[in-house]
Design a binder for this molecule. Structure first.
Ligand code: UT7
Length: 328
């Protein structure tokens, strides 16, 4: 069996910062409510002329630079996103062209906030099977364009950004020990974008008037409890598979949906918050891109160094939940 490794990471956050205090000016909310209920103080917002593939392009270039590989070396691009530039062609196809990865094949994966780990899972299997050699696993979102800025329960949660990793068969570099993916389609109606698909075809004035094209969070406090449990389940799945216990990981990188969900997970697993890497305060929830952005920041700021055991875990719409254990 081939050893699959991560040889470079990269991320990109748009320049514009939207703080809770900015949001207070146009929405019936407060910095105090948002911060105490979610742990978020600010989020990034893409410039009007930026699209998802632009954010991903910079994240990929940074990952490729760290890995020391060129566009021509890449033979596969897997983009996790729920906010592609267009639904057809796939967001990954636009990205492939922008990166000049002429040898690569590219496609999207839709798994909401768990998307990056789903994409890593597919890359791991395709490399192990011998089908692909040098893979860009990337996640990017412009969430601020698909939320309803009049719905205070959910719009305050989201932000924009992209994160990427270069994944390949290698004897050096961080080893992907395992990846685990799960779905529960029967309970997918709690976090969804009801319009824009075949359910509302053609997109009509009526569907737009009803705001069906926006991301909806139905009964956020219900998904809150499910999220705590699924985060913990996903961690336990990866640890048990590799014969580790919760004491073993040096760094835990959870998807960042709400600081209270992360604290709930840590309490359930009996893991100290010092081991949990956080970006939520400054970036909010960037759906699929949250995990790879945090991973890249943890690598670049020295939190993750050689031999550290890193546990990734995520939960999102679908429902989806996933985990991965990586020996750096
Ligand atoms: O990425 C993975 C998927 N993400 C999730 O699954 C999100 C999980 N859910 C959550 O993070 C939290 O449930 C929310 C942040 C969405 C909401 O927090 P909560 O503590 O569960 O609040 P709540 O929905 O129970 O609402 C409590 C109160 C309500 O007022 P009343 O009915 O008690 O008078 C809301 O109207 O807070 C009110 N409220 C707000 N107040 C000020 C809701 N949103 C806001 C707001 N500002 N932005």
């Amino acid at each position: 069996m081939k050893r699959v490794g991560i040889i470079g990471t990269g991320s990109y956050l748009p320049e514009k910062i939207l703080t809770n205090l900015d949001i207070e000016k146009f929405l019936d909310t407060s910095d105090e409510w948002i911060y105490t209920r979610t742990g978020i103080r600010s989020r990034r917002v893409a410039a009007p002329d930026e699209v998802t593939s632009d954010l991903c392009k910079v994240a990929c270039e940074r990952a490729m630079e760290m890995a020391g590989v060129k566009a021509d070396d890449i033979d596969l691009i897997i983009l996790a996103t729920i906010t592609p530039d267009t639904h057809c062609p796939a967001g990954a196809n636009w990205l492939e062209a922008k990166l000049g990865c002429d040898r690569a094949v590219s496609f999207d994966i839709t798994a909401a906030c768990s998307g990056f780990i789903f994409a890593l899972h597919v890359a791991d299997r395709l490399i192990k099977s011998g089908s692909n050699k040098m893979v860009l696993v990337v996640a990017g979102e412009i969430m601020t364009r698909v939320v309803n800025w009049k719905e205070r329960e959910s719009c305050i949660l989201w932000g924009d950004g992209a994160g990427a990793a270069v994944v390949t068969a290698t004897d050096s570099g961080a080893e992907v020990l395992s990846t685990h993916i799960n779905t529960d389609g029967a309970n997918g109606d709690t976090l969804l974008m009801p319009g824009g698909g075949s359910k509302t075809t053609p997109i009509s004035y009526e569907s737009v008037d009803k705001g069906l094209h926006f991301l909806k969070l139905i009964e956020g406090n219900k998904s809150f409890k499910v999220a705590v449990n699924k985060f913990a389940d996903a961690c336990e799945e990866a640890l048990a598979y590799n014969g580790y216990t919760i004491e073993d990981p040096d760094v835990i990188i959870p998807h960042q949906a709400n600081i209270r969900i992360i604290q709930g997970m840590a309490k359930k697993l009996k893991v100290p918050m010092e081991k949990v890497y956080l970006t939520i305060e400054k970036y909010g929830n960037i759906s699929s891109a949250t995990v790879p952005i945090a991973l890249d920041e943890a690598v670049r700021d020295g939190t993750i160094t050689k031999d550290k055991l890193v546990l990734l875990t995520a939960f999102g719409g679908g429902l989806t939940w996933a985990s991965s254990l990586i020996r750096w």
